[in-house]
Design a binder for this molecule. Structure first.
Ligand SMILES: C=C(O[C@@H]1C=C(C(=O)O)C=C[C@H]1O)C(=O)O
Length: 269
């Protein structure tokens, strides 16, 4: 009897509609869920400590030779997502230093792609703990992802907030794929595992009332806001439009030399 596969997942609000059904499936399909922040999950999958994981999409693209995509589920958005935000004080042309949320890999890359021609040359990036007050005290701008994003919308400091997914849509006309489920090539997924991932978006939708109730309690956010975010901002199904968005991101990364090849997307089966 083989041991349980280790399946890494982040714990942001946006992950809950996938995380809840995948956790419920664990005893039946034989995986153990491991929680960590997205950047750490990427490093742990790369090191072979995890067999599969929801990782930043740039990490899948950068290591496509070692991974396959698990079909059916992702974290994507089309237009304003509300939680992947560039916060700036003053005009963009004078930005010299940018604090990057240390948990992010995809949004940090998207930021460079979107703002390369807008920021003055030689902008300095540093990865730091996602505390917006600290970030803005130490840098001219900050990239915030995940639940921390909710806190910056109505800031009293007069900061300008730019939604990166909205910018991406304006630039490309496409959805943006923030994170995907990647599996190491040597790990074999059973048909039950593949089905559990593919079914997770629909199951998450069916469980939405209880997820909204629980997450409202946990985060202290407004219940309608939580529901709107999970039901209308985040896209959980990796469909043809999301695959096109991921390919467009890959192509932009290749053009801007963030990637040194244009890997074909290969799915686990
Ligand atoms: C939509 C979001 O996408 C997240 C962004 C990630 C990244 O920048 O690497 C990783 C996981 C995603 O859940 C968010 O942060 O709210």
């Amino acid at each position: 009897m083989s041991s349980l596969l280790k399946f890494g997942f982040h714990d942001f609000l946006n992950a809950q509609p996938l995380l809840v059904p995948l956790q419920a499936a664990a005893p039946k399909v034989g995986w153990e869920l491991v929680r960590d922040v997205p950047a750490n999950l990427a490093d742990r999958l790369h090191a072979g400590e995890l067999d599969l994981a929801m990782i930043p999409s740039i990490e899948y693209l950068a290591h496509a030779d070692a991974y396959r995509l698990v079909p059916g589920a992702c974290i994507a958005s089309r237009g304003a997502v509300d939680t992947v935000l560039l916060v700036t004080r003053g005009p963009l042309e004078v930005v010299r230093t940018v604090a990057l949320d240390e948990r992010s890999r995809t949004s940090a890359t998207l930021l460079r792609i979107l703002f390369e021609d807008v920021f003055p040359p030689k902008v300095q990036y540093s990865r730091i703990h996602p505390d917006i007050t600290h970030m803005m005290r130490t840098c001219d701008a900050a990239l915030v992802i995940g639940d921390q994003g909710f806190a910056v919308h109505d800031n009293a400091e007069g900061w300008t907030v730019t939604d990166l997914s909205q910018r991406w849509l304006e630039l490309t006309g496409r959805a943006f794929v923030h994170a995907v489920v990647a599996v190491r090539r040597e790990a074999a997924l059973t048909p039950a595992m593949l089905k559990a991932v593919a079914d997770a978006p629909a199951q998450g939708r069916a469980l939405m009332d209880s997820i909204v109730r629980e997450q409202t309690k946990k985060t202290g956010l407004d219940a309608n806001g939580v529901r709107d975010y999970l039901e209308t901002k985040i896209i959980y199904t990796l469909g043809p439009g999301e695959v096109e968005g991921l390919e467009a991101f890959r192509d932009q990364c290749f053009q801007k030399k963030v990637l040194n090849m244009r890997p074909a997307l290969e799915f686990a089966e």
